[in-house]
Design a binder for this molecule. Structure first.
Ligand code: PLP
Length: 355
């Protein structure tokens, strides 16, 4: 019953075996190997466009370096108040851009709004010498609340950002889960909706360490090789990252893994909804379930060894706020989540409140 996060699970055997297969023999380092070249072609095919693709081992590196490519040291990067780049990356976006400022935009359910973006862009006009200059908008898809932007929402934000000469970045640490849930193509969810650069995450969806920075316009990636190397993220035995990407994308494996994770979240949510005293403040759209639990259920689950994070009161609004005797928690399922573990979790929670 390990629902702390999706990066708490191991790797998909198919991906693990691909690493073992790549271990045979010699290959040129720093991305000059056949696996890296093939992975770049494969990612371009996936997005139905000639992309510039750069593999990196962590999502933080992907985000920070991608944003640095579009943001001068005196630039502003706009994102949701709770974005991973804002709260969970130890200043890496600021560091790699040599000092840019992150500007938060509020919004329910982990999502920015058009009004919020418009107000923020108005507060940071280009040419006002005493302020940082608008450079990039970062959208998390899926968001840190496990919610999704529709293609139309992304297109509207991109249009507004581009009108202000602001580039659009997508933090796709859970991009696979988003695609599996929305049933749209990777192209529709990104460049066709105006996204300029994507952090494509494989690690949380079955890889060991495999992320890609995907530029949809090659010209804008001209200097990225140097940014990545200077940032210490040009992996010398690059074939091992590339082998993961190839296995992840082979034959729809990435979507198979994401669908399983999403389905287990739905199973968990359906079961929780019918336990008295349990509330789901918003419906899960990917592999993350946020729930208000009666303390009795929380205690029984923890005593039974279940693992998940206490989410404080983050994101709860109005009548949905925590009452005495309740806790708010986040549960994340993964490609490896077993249905029987979800059922056991529901059983323990149900018995705790029904006696
Ligand atoms: C996990 C995650 C990342 C990447 O984190 P790393 O630990 O650096 O790989 C980026 N963005 C979001 C939204 C995430 O959940």
């Amino acid at each position: 019953m390990f629902f702390a996060s999706d990066n708490a699970s191991g790797a998909s055997p198919k991906i693990f075996n691909a690493i073992i297969a790549a271990n045979d023999g010699y290959a040129l380092p720093y991305g000059a190997d056949d696996w890296s070249k093939a992975a770049e072609v494969r990612v371009s095919e996936l997005f139905e466009r000639d992309c510039a693709v750069f593999l990196v081992p962590t999502g933080t590196a992907a985000n920070a370096l991608a944003l640095a490519a579009f943001t001068p040291a005196y630039g502003a990067i706009f994102c949701h108040d709770d974005a991973h780049i804002m709260d969970d990356e130890c200043g890496a976006p600021e560091f790699f851009s040599a000092g840019a400022k992150l500007v938060g935009i509020p919004g329910s359910l982990g999502k920015i709004t058009e009004a919020g973006l418009a107000a923020t862009l108005a507060a940071y006009p280009r040419g006002l010498v005493k302020q940082v200059q608008p450079a990039a908008l970062s959208l998390s898809q899926a968001t840190e609340s496990g919610t999704l932007y529709s293609v139309a929402e992304i297109a509207a934000f991109s249009e507004m950002a581009h009108r202000h000469d602001v580039a659009v970045h997508m933090d796709g640490a859970r991009f696979a889960n988003a695609i599996a849930s929305l049933d749209v193509s990777p192209a529709q969810l990104t460049w066709k909706a105006g996204v300029d650069v994507l952090s494509l995450g494989g690690t949380k969806n079955g890889a060991i360490m495999c992320e890609a920075v995907v530029f949809f316009d090659r010209d804008r990636a001209a200097d990225f090789l140097y940014l990545r190397k200077r940032g210490g993220h040009t992996v010398s035995k690059g074939r091992f990252i590339a082998a993961q990407m190839l296995a992840w994308l082979d034959d729809g494996h990435w979507l198979e893994l994401a669908r399983h994770a999403n389905e287990q979240a739905q199973r968990l949510a359906s079961g929780l909804r019918i336990i008295s005293g349990v509330r789901l403040p918003w419906q899960p759209q990917i592999n993350e379930v946020f729930a208000v639990l009666p303390s009795a259920a929380d205690k029984a689950l923890k005593a039974a060894g279940a693992r998940y994070y206490d989410w404080g009161g983050r994101g709860l609004e109005g009548d949905g706020r925590l009452k005495p005797g309740e806790v708010f928690v986040r549960m994340v399922t993964s490609f490896a989540t077993r249905p029987e573990d979800v059922e056991r979790f529901l059983d323990v929670a149900g018995k705790a409140v029904n006696g």
